[in-house]
Design a protein. Structure first.
Lengths: 392, 135
């Protein structure tokens, strides 16, 4: 990706202007950090007044500004620019290294200095540094904006996801209050039951949201302990027995022996509860769920296989995104927050691991999580760190 | 109970199972026969088999404009069947889809657009009005 930056040269000496132009015309800068290359487009004017007009007209990115100019001085130009809050990086050209000028110019927002006389190499070095600074700064800004957009979108979808169950319960309450659907008590009973189901779904959404926040805040102290992953899996299976029984789904832990792992219990519970719960929810009547745990060479592997509805490769690709729920006639009546797998993926990442899915429509899905307990912290610290500040 | 001859059939399409159930309960209590479809596909199947007297469609179904597509299909298949479009679009996006002139109404293929949440009395009033227009 080649980016074009505009440089405006402001100097009253014609020789200086042509010299700078000649030096920079075919000059380009490669920035490996952001995989970018920068080329330059040059313009030149001979006074501060002309500079301001040119800035207004063409909005340059970098200003090579002579300090000593016939009318308004370079410092005056800087002052005007500071007032207008433009996104311009200024390199001051001073006749001799004067400390006073340097201090004043810095106060007024100059980025760098170039003392006359300078060699073409010195000029290129200053421009290279300025270009790098400018692009990194813009990239950081872009990332911050993207992050803000993602947050915004998340909140707006969340709002909708919370509103839907509220509206459903409200509707049922109105029916119950007005006794508006006839005399059949079974219908009113259905209204109560469905309200409870929707409230339960809402509670699950809020709990998942809290889990997600807890993972993403990154700075939570993890209670690391030597755990047996099989025991955590056993507990997860036990909590889901009512749901499994209702669907006549047999859940089996296929690994008898202990698989030790140093981890936070809450983290492992989030992974196992979500995967086993999905395996039951998206299963068929009378289906099976098989949970296997394996520990080898600092790596713990958890697999949860079901005999459920499965999904297409296209659907699987969408799976780990927040609020991504596969909508089709088979999943329509299954309630879910749309956050479970996104949580599993994030927790796995905390342990330097990942989650993968293998699925066949109508046959079933297998979710495999890999965890590297020794890597805990590295990924967490990186995920929680703010975007790198622009290097100066 | 009204006699079979005067029982009108209403197609209700909504992807929220409870909104669908609530409409069905209330419409049945008001002596309508209800065809309830939880999605566009199911609605299309139902339409293959019979012609409703009126349709209540949710605008935003699984693929965002599913309601629009369905109303277009319905209008083409049974031109005389009135359509009530129920939508959460306004409250969700701030966009106003209320048709302001006959020109726009023909574009959205609905006779009435009601913003969610819809009170049943309001829906009932519109249904009665649209059915009374029909021979």
């Amino acid at each position: 990706m080649t980016e074009q930056l505009r440089i405006l040269v402001v100097d009253d000496e014609p020789g200086m202007r042509t010299g700078i132009e000649r030096t920079l015309r075919r000059f380009s800068v490669t920035l490996p950090d952001i995989e970018g290359e920068v080329a330059f487009e040059l313009q030149a004017v001979d006074s501060g007044e002309a500079a301001l007009a040119q800035i207004e007209a063409s909005g340059p990115d970098i200003l090579l500004l002579d300090h000593k100019l016939p009318g308004m001085s370079g410092l005056d130009v800087l002052h005007e620019l500071a007032e207008s809050k433009r996104d311009i990086l200024t390199i001051m050209i001073t006749a001799y290294a004067s400390l006073d000028t340097a201090i004043t110019a810095t106060r007024r927002g100059a980025y760098d200095f170039l003392a006359k006389p300078f060699t073409p190499e010195e000029l290129k070095a200053a421009v290279r540094k300025a270009a790098k600074h400018l692009l990194l700064q813009r990239q950081a800004r872009r990332l911050a904006e993207e992050k803000r957009q993602v947050r915004f979108q998340f909140i707006s979808v969340l709002g909708h996801e919370l509103k839907a169950p509220l509206a459903a319960v409200e509707g049922y309450l109105n029916i119950l209050r007005d006794r508006s659907v006839g005399d059949n008590p079974a219908v009113y009973q259905q209204a109560v039951e469905r309200s409870l189901v929707r409230l339960q779904g809402m509670r699950k959404l809020i709990l998942d949201l809290l889990d997600l926040t807890r993972i993403e805040s990154g700075n939570r102290r993890r209670d690391l302990a030597n755990l047996d992953v099989c025991e955590v899996a056993k507990n997860a299976i036990e909590t889901l027995i009512p749901e499994a029984t209702a669907k006549r789904v047999a859940v089996e832990l296929a690994t008898p022996g202990p698989v030790p792992m140093r981890a936070d219990r809450g983290d492992l519970e989030m992974i196992l509860n979500n995967l086993v719960s999905n395996a039951v929810k998206y299963n068929r009547e009378g289906g099976q769920v098989r949970v296997t745990v394996e520990g080898q060479d600092e790596t713990v592997r958890i697999a949860v296989a079901d005999t459920g509805i499965g999904m297409s490769a296209q659907e699987a690709a969408q799976l780990f995104r927040e609020f991504s729920r596969i909508k089709n006639p088979q999943t329509r009546s299954i309630l879910g927050s749309g956050l479970g797998l996104s949580i599993v993926k994030k927790v796995a990442a905390l342990y330097g691991g990942d989650v993968q899915v293998q699925s066949e429509p109508g046959v079933g899905s297998t979710f495999r999580v890999t965890l590297h307990p020794a890597e805990l912290g590295g990924e967490a610290a990186r995920a929680a760190a703010p975007p790198a500040p622009p290097a100066s | 109970m009204q006699t079979g001859a005067t029982t009108r059939t209403i197609l209700v399409v909504d992807d929220d199972p409870d909104f669908l159930a609530q409409q069905q309960m209330q419409l049945e209590a008001a002596h309508f026969k209800v065809l309830a479809a939880p999605g566009v596909q199911e609605a299309r199947h139902l339409l293959e088999e019979c012609q409703p007297d009126l349709a209540v469609l949710d605008l935003m179904m699984e693929d965002a404009d599913g309601g629009f597509a369905l109303s277009y299909h319905l209008r083409k298949k049974y031109p005389g069947v009135p359509i009530i479009m129920v939508t959460a679009v306004t409250s969700q996006t701030g966009l106003d889809f209320t048709p302001s002139g006959p020109e726009q109404k023909s574009w959205v293929k609905a006779d009435v657009i009601l913003p969610k949440p819809v009170r049943f009395e309001q829906l009932k009033r519109e249904i009665d009005r649209l059915l009374a227009r029909k021979p």
